[in-house]
Design a protein around this ligand. Structure first.
Ligand code: PLI
Length: 460
């Protein structure tokens, strides 16, 4: 086992800073009310430390910024596209690549190509946009993650694993021809950034080969998953994150990528696939939904920054400090007795809102309430990942997810250890007055992905 003997430290120094502003308590109160108690509807100018998401919020390196100046803004055949294609192939190993404006652009195209009405798409826990595209294409998502992923207290190190028995049962019930692919995320976001093990992936590959079913990899946070394999899985202690990333990809047939996370850019994504026929169809569709197949909704400079970011994302020094910072915050929260999802995941800390606010029923949105309270306390912006995010089934009923979480997502290379201290101290203050906190009711609900724009009011 590779043990970390020294404290992690950022493998960079800071060249430019963005000044932060802290609103008064009265200003925060007004801002939160105006935003309908939904942290997505706050103005960024009203936020002190922004942990809404790690998506598109990374600080780019000087190399990436210099790459931005090398943008070849040709409509067709930009040199930056070929750089991206080359680097992605070298790092991830898939054969063909189609750029898209972000991850959901790739999910849309892939779902439309592979899913027919009535199909079943098993996956290791849902993600909001991924499942919605599967449903809009006529499919039904089935959760086949291991049961312990739904238990915030269970400390199994690979809670992103697939339960192969659940998958076999689904294949038996529906037949393999009703399952176009298995949707596998690395670092499972909604489970708390929990990794899948290489052993589980290999077993999944063997089973899907037998039934001729594809595996499509949501590789949004693959480097963080690779780090956990290096730290926790036998046989991988001496392997580099870069090698592990490539091995993960080798057990899957293609991937959708939101490059706004691990790949260290503010915008961008892609679809990448080994099968020529799927690639050809995707090349046809990308021009309808995104742009030409050599830019997919991105500027040349965005593709260049992405190509460089992919290279930086698989450096051992980078990923050790990135996950190290998340673990630092998580351990601080634990030392204050705050109930968080264990083990600590790769991209953020997830508070168990059912445990934090046990007197608020799930119908009164404990995680949404807690996210609002943390903002009111300190201007720290977090995100609900519970019943609001889970949305409604196609028959209109609410999903009731077992996990009712508030996510403190850490942007990459943006905040310091001192910020982490302030975040933990603010959460402790809210924890100390938790019994006085009341739930909320939803007063506006949009049709799709309601968590983005829903509005709430406090129960009197
Ligand atoms: O936001 P996009 O369209 O670039 O990517 C969608 C997406 C796909 N898969 C996974 C695992 C995600 O986490 C993801 C986006 N996540 C967001 C925005 C987040 O805040 O976690």
């Amino acid at each position: 086992m590779k043990t970390i003997k020294r404290s992690w430290a950022e493998p960079y120094k800071i060249k430019m800073v963005e000044l932060l502003k802290m609103n008064s308590s009265a200003q925060r109160k007004k801002a939160m009310k105006d935003a309908g108690y939904n942290t997505f509807l706050l103005k960024s100018d009203d936020v002190y430390i922004d942990l809404l998401t790690d998506s598109g919020t990374s600080a780019m390196s000087d190399h990436q910024w210099s790459g931005m100046m090398m943008g070849d803004e040709a409509y067709a055949g930009s040199r930056n596209f070929y750089n991206l294609e080359r680097v992605a192939k070298e790092v991830y190993g898939y054969k063909y690549l189609i750029p898209t404006h972000q991850g959901r652009g790739a999910e849309n195209i892939l779902s439309k190509i592979l899913i027919k009405k009535g199909d079943i798409i098993p996956g290791n826990m849902y993600f909001t946009t991924t499942r919605l595209h599967q449903e809009l294409a006529g499919g039904k998502f089935e959760d086949i993650i291991i049961d312990s992923a739904h238990d915030p207290e269970n400390e199994f190190p690979f809670k992103g694993n697939v339960d192969l028995n659940k998958l076999e049962k689904l294949i038996k019930k529906h037949g393999a021809d009703k399952i176009p692919y298995i949707s596998i995320a690395t670092s499972v976001n909604m489970a708390g950034g929990q990794p899948i093990s290489m052993k589980n992936l290999k077993e999944l590959r063997a089973l899907t080969k037998k039934h001729n079913i594809l595996i499509i990899h949501d590789m949004t946070r693959v480097a963080e998953n690779a780090f956990f394999i290096q730290q926790k899985e036998k046989g991988y202690e001496m392997r580099s994150v870069k090698e592990i990333v490539k091995e993960i990809c080798s057990y899957t047939d293609g991937a959708t990528m939101s490059a706004k996370k691990d790949a260290l850019v503010n915008i961008g994504g892609f679809l990448t696939i080994n099968d020529w026929n799927i690639y050809e169809e995707a090349r046809n569709m990308v021009v309808v939904y995104e742009g030409l197949h050599t830019y997919g909704g991105l500027a040349g400079r965005d593709m260049e920054a992405m190509a460089i970011g992919i290279g930086e994302s698989v450096s051992d020094d980078h990923i050790r400090a990135r996950v190290g910072q998340v673990i630092y915050l998580g351990e601080k929260m634990l030392s204050y007795g705050i109930p968080i999802v264990k083990p600590i995941g790769g991209h953020g800390i997830f508070i168990d809102a059912k445990k934090f606010l046990p007197h608020i029923s799930q119908d009164n949105f404990p995680a949404q309430t807690l996210a609002a309270e943390i903002y009111l306390d300190s201007g720290v912006r977090t995100m609900e990942r519970g019943i609001v995010s889970a949305g409604r089934k196609t028959n209109g009923e609410n999903y009731y997810p077992k996990l009712e979480l508030v996510r403190f997502t850490i942007p990459r290379r943006v905040y310091t250890q001192a910020h982490m201290d302030v975040i933990a101290e603010s959460t402790r203050s809210v924890f100390e007055r938790k019994n006085k906190i009341k739930g909320m009711q939803m007063i506006y609900e949009p049709k799709y992905l309601r968590f983005f724009q829903a509005r709430f009011e406090k129960i009197k």
